[in-house]
Design a protein. Structure first.
Lengths: 236, 236
DNA sequence: TCAAAAGTGTTCCTGTTACACCCATGT
DNA sequence: ACATGGGTGTAACAGGAACACTTTTGA
């Protein structure tokens, strides 16, 4: 694809100067993790642009789907990042060079962008990230072990982490982070990973069940020692 | 000003397809009110655009200042309104006609816009709205007595109302809505107007004073019957 | 001048809910 | 050893009720 075509394509199909960035959050090994894409020697949040004929919400859902294959996910608005110096010059030069293409000042992506950021809670097992021609790899990173990232994407990730913690303290925020069927100890561990502190086990179970959000299923049959826990499912 | 100049000016100076809309909230007669501008036979939220050389936050503050003359105000992000059919065709045609100018499809404002909305709490007495060449009047409206408004601006206003009520239930949200010096009954009435329900007087006073946010001043000298109330001021 | 009414600040009380922690019981 | 879930004492909170005080108003 020639640069001029890309430029023209960008301007014709997308709202200029506006980008969507997603903090895609998964859960594994008792820790929250975040999906990042590698461009050059640094990492980037998955994201995209708003097509002229779609709403911002549709764009967000579409980006998430094309990036991860996920349909029915939990998406929540995070913040506007609108600093006057938010532009992709470095990133764009980096991967243009990698592709052997000539970097040009007026490449449409090499502009100032206002970024609308969202966070999404996903089931890692069901997530199948797709590499575009821009990025060379993807990986899940623990929130407290993030790599070097382009621009202010590290700030965005950390903002999402804080927001999720706050959200989890006043509402149920574990959507998609566990398999469809889970036990109360599972949920308890996840919740502790989200809020980042110990939570009383007995009270947690009480308050969770009191919400009425959960449907109790038969006990799991374990071989490990100890009483067999009930399984639960989110009521729809 | 010729249309072509306006078009050129818009494209040169502003980020296209991105607008800022402000829900400016004041307080009077025990009710919350909202500042609107009249264009043609309907009303509109005050707003503006983001200059290429300023951040979104700076733009928001600047818009508020040029529209109301207010400096130091309380501004809070509300939501993104990003529907695919959000365009100003009607409004723009309306006031172009009024100005005796020819309406044209490619007038830069006659585009789809993604709107970043904020709400601001202001002191009505200190607010001096400025009419631009676009709008012909301004007025304060009670939230439950809104006029017909352009586009989805009514939704925006109602969203702001809900958000403010929620905010007031967990944090102090009366910034600027009262004069610098006020009494506890004043604050109590305001708080009830915000949350939209009766609040126990004695407990309210207790919790407000317990926050330590307030500085007690000498009693006011009244002419109305009853004990003279203390005055308070927000500690800085 | 005096009593009534009305607005304000503060304390006390009571029932309820929330919270933190322990431990009995079942597998 | 692990999971469930009951119990218990404490703290926080909501909502009144009561009361003290101050000032206007009207008889």
């Amino acid at each position: 694809m020639q640069i001029k075509e890309v430029v023209a394509f960008g301007h014709r199909h997308f709202l200029p100067n506006l980008s969507i960035d997603l903090v895609i959050i998964g859960y594994g090994d008792d820790a929250l993790q975040c999906l990042l894409l590698k461009v050059g020697d640094k990492w980037l949040l998955p994201g995209g642009y708003v097509k002229r004929e779609e709403s911002v919400e549709e764009a967000t859902v579409n980006i998430l789907r094309t990036r991860t294959g996920l349909e029915d996910t939990y998406l929540k608005f995070l913040a506007v990042f609108g600093g006057k110096d938010r532009q992709f010059s470095e990133v764009s030069r980096e991967f243009m060079q990698k592709l052997g293409m000539e970097w040009s000042e007026d490449y449409w992506m090499n502009n100032r962008f206002v970024s609308l950021t969202y966070y999404s809670l996903v089931n890692k097992e069901k997530t199948h990230p797709k590499i575009s021609f821009v990025d060379e790899a993807f990986a899940w990173f623990d929130f407290d072990d993030l790599p070097e990232m382009w621009m202010d994407h590290r700030d965005i990730v950390l903002t999402a982490r804080e927001q999720l913690t706050r959200d989890a303290q006043r509402e149920y925020s574990a959507h998609n982070l566990l398999p469809e069927v889970f036990t109360m100890p599972d949920l308890h561990r996840l919740h502790q990973a989200i809020v980042g502190s110990k939570v009383d086990r007995s009270r947690f179970q009480k308050t969770m069940l009191a919400t009425g959000l959960f449907e109790r299923l038969p006990r799991v049959q374990k071989t490990t020692p100890g009483r067999n826990p009930y399984q639960y499912r989110l009521k729809k």
